[in-house]
Design a protein around this ligand. Sequence first.
Ligand SMILES: NC(=O)c1ccc[n+]([C@@H]2O[C@H](COP(=O)([O-])OP(=O)(O)OC[C@H]3O[C@@H](n4cnc5c(N)ncnc54)[C@H](O)[C@@H]3O)[C@@H](O)[C@H]2O)c1
Length: 465
Amino acid sequence: MNRRHFLKTTAAVGAGWLLLPSGARAGKNAPGNKLNIALIGVWGRGLAHYDSLSEENVVALCDVNEKRFPDALKRFPKAKTYVDWRKCLDQKDIDAVVVCTADHTHAFIANWSLNRDLHCYCEKPLAISVEEARVVRANWMKKKTKLATQVGMQRHAGPNFNRTRELIRDGAIGELQAAYAWGNRQVKPAGCDYDQEKGILYFKDKEVRSVAGYLPDGGQPPEGLNYDLWIGPSPAHPYNPGYFGLGAGANCLSWNMFWDFGAGQIGDMGSHTMDLLWNCVDATLPTSAEAKGDPFNPDITPIKCESHFEHPANDWRGPINVGWYQGGAMPKSPKPYIDLNKIDHGAMFKGSKGFLVADFTSRILLPFGDTADLTYYKTRTKDTVLPPLGHFQKQWIEACKNTSLKTACDFEYSGNMIEQLLLGLVAYRVGKKLQYDGATGKVTNCPEANQYLSRKYRDGWKLNG
Ligand SMILES: NC(=O)c1ccc[n+]([C@@H]2O[C@H](COP(=O)([O-])OP(=O)(O)OC[C@H]3O[C@@H](n4cnc5c(N)ncnc54)[C@H](O)[C@@H]3O)[C@@H](O)[C@H]2O)c1
C-alpha cells in the first residue's frame, strides 16, 4: 500500500482506531494521517496558507527568492528547500502541493503535480491561456477519483455564495436569462500612467511620453532572487525591481497585467468575481465570445475591457448570456436608483421576473414592477438551505485524505470558468465575435484567433512534464 492510498483508507476509517505497524494511532489528526505537503511560493499569498498547512507536515518549501527561506523555515523547520519547483516535485515523500507562485507558472506546476499523482491546491488563476486551462482540467478529469484539487477562490466559502445560488435556483428572478460580473480595479504597472480617455498606459518618467510595455532593464537582480527561474517558461524580459515592489499578498499587482506573466484583472479579481456568478449558473464552456476594450497593447493586458459569452441551456435553465466587465466598463443598472458603480466587485443576474444584484457578502432582489408578486418563489427552510462550505483550504485537505469528498472549486469548475474568461481575451485581441467549439477547444469561424489560444514557451520548458 503506498502512502497516499494509506492516507485515503485511514481517513475513510474515520475516527476508528487502527493499529499501525509503527504503533502510532491513525485518525484525522494522528501523526500517521497527516499529509506531506510542498508549498511552492512561500511568501506573499503563500503566507495565507501557513495556518492551515501547519496542521499537516510541510516537507518541502520552494521559492525562487532564497531570502524567503529563513522565515518560512521558522514555521516549517523540517522542510527541505528548493529554488526550482521541477526539482521540488521530485521529492519522493510528497502527497500534495500548494502553488502560490506567479500566474505564468500555475498551469505548469499544477499539471506536473497531477502527472506525479499529487493532490494540488493552486492559487487563482489556474491558467493564463485557453490551452493551459484545457490541459490541466483534462489531466485532472482522468484522475479525479484519486486526486483532490482546488483553485484559490476562497471567497466561495462566504455564505452569500450559497444564498445567491439558492435565489437563482429557486426561481426568485424567474427563468435565468443573463448574468454579468464586474470589477473596477485599474491596476497600472510600476512607473506608468493610465490615460482614461484614450485607454492607453504610458511610462511617466521618460522625457518623451511613450506607450508602456515590459519594464526597462533595471540592472542585476538582488542577491538571492533567481530571476531566470522566476521568468520560467515565459519569454525572457530584463529584470526590473518594479516587478517585485509591492507588499506581501499584493505583489501580484506588480506583474499580473503583463501578457507573459498573467491575465490582468481577469486572472486576479476576475477569478473571484466570476466565481460569484459561475456558482449560480452551472455553465461549462461558451459557444461564442466577443469583447472590446482599450486599444491593444502587445505587452500589457487591457485595463478597461468587457467580454460577452453565449452559453447553451442545461438541465434546469435555458441558454444564457454571460458578461464580464473590468476597469471602468460596467453593465447597465436595472434602475437608476441602483448605482452599480458603488459595488467594486459584483454580479447581476437577469431573469424573466426580476434582477438579483450581489457583491461578495450581500444581495438585492429586484422583482419587475407590480406583477412580479413572488408567489412563484418559496423561501427555503432552515433544513433545506445549502450547508456552509466551512474552511476553504481545509476542504481541500479533507478531500486529499478522502477523495470521495468534493471540493467547491476543483479543476473542472475552475478550469471551465477561467477558459471562458481567457477566451474573452482572445476575442478582444482579434476584435471579432468568435464561435467556439468547447469539445475541440477551437475557434471555428476565425482561423487567426486560434494562435492566441496557447502561448509560446521558452526552450526547455514543457507544460506536460
Ligand atoms: N486567493 C487570493 O485571494 C489571492 C490573493 C493574493 C494573491 N493571490 C495569488 O497568489 C499568487 C502569488 O501572488 P503574490 O502577490 O503572493 O505574488 P509574489 O510575487 O509575492 O509571489 C509570491 C511568492 O512566490 C514566489 N515565486 C514566484 N514565482 C515562483 C516560482 N516560479 N517558483 C517558486 N517561487 C516563486 C515569490 O518569490 C514569492 O515569495 C498569484 O497567482 C496571485 O493571483 C491570490
